[in-house]
Design a protein around this ligand. Structure first.
Ligand SMILES: CC(C)(COP(=O)(O)OP(=O)(O)OC[C@H]1O[C@@H](n2cnc3c(N)ncnc32)[C@H](O)[C@@H]1OP(=O)(O)O)[C@@H](O)C(=O)NCCC(=O)NCCS
Length: 151
């Protein structure tokens, strides 16, 4: 089995939106938003599993620039059937390395649900620190942690 990570394309959007809706349900980003992230040349990577000549899109990550020296990982998702196989770690590592190659970027930020233990563990493993709790952050009033990684 092989794995490939590459820039997302408009042809990937249908599969990306299926995963986005399956995982985030009512909180999923709408397609027009994901399309605009792609169009605006921000970082947007997809990860594929390749087995017996079959290529399956199994996850993606989106990164937006926030000011001149900071980016925000706004979304990282691996489809449920492919979770817990280290693909999330691989995609996060690839993304951090690509961000490190961007001139002037000193900090990566993200928000994560305080109850999302797996994602928090993943980010902590890569040295992200919780810097703030954001009460009522999500539309259903759930809190989030603001996490940061200084590069
Ligand atoms: C969070 C997410 C991206 C992690 O990707 P993944 O490919 O499943 O994670 P990995 O296999 O790389 O594992 C990362 C760590 O979490 C642990 N982990 C993953 N799934 C787990 C599970 N179901 N139960 C317990 N631990 C788990 C792994 O053991 C690993 O820890 P380790 O390196 O110390 O052994 C993925 O679970 C996901 O898409 N979740 C839903 C969307 C989401 O929450 N995104 C983050 C929003 S900010």
């Amino acid at each position: 089995m092989r794995v490939e990570i590459r820039k997302a394309t408009h042809e990937d959007l249908l599969e990306i939106m299926k995963i986005e809706q399956q995982i985030f349900k009512k909180e999923a980003f709408p397609e027009y938003f994901m399309r605009s992230v792609l169009r605006n040349h921000l970082l947007f990577f997809t990860i594929f599993e390749i087995k017996d000549e079959m290529r399956e899109l199994i996850g993606y990550v989106t990164v937006l620039q926030e000011g001149h020296d900071r980016v925000n990982i706004i979304n990282l998702a691996i489809k449920p059937s492919a979770q817990n196989k280290k693909y999330g770690t691989l995609l996060l590592d690839y993304t951090i390395n690509r961000i490190k190659m961007m001139k002037n970027i000193k900090k990566i930020r993200l928000n994560v649900k305080t109850k999302n233990a797996i994602a928090i563990h993943l980010y902590r493993k890569r040295n992200f620190k919780i810097v703030k709790i954001l009460k009522n952050y999500y539309s259903n009033k759930e809190p989030a942690y603001l996490m940061e990684l200084n590069l």
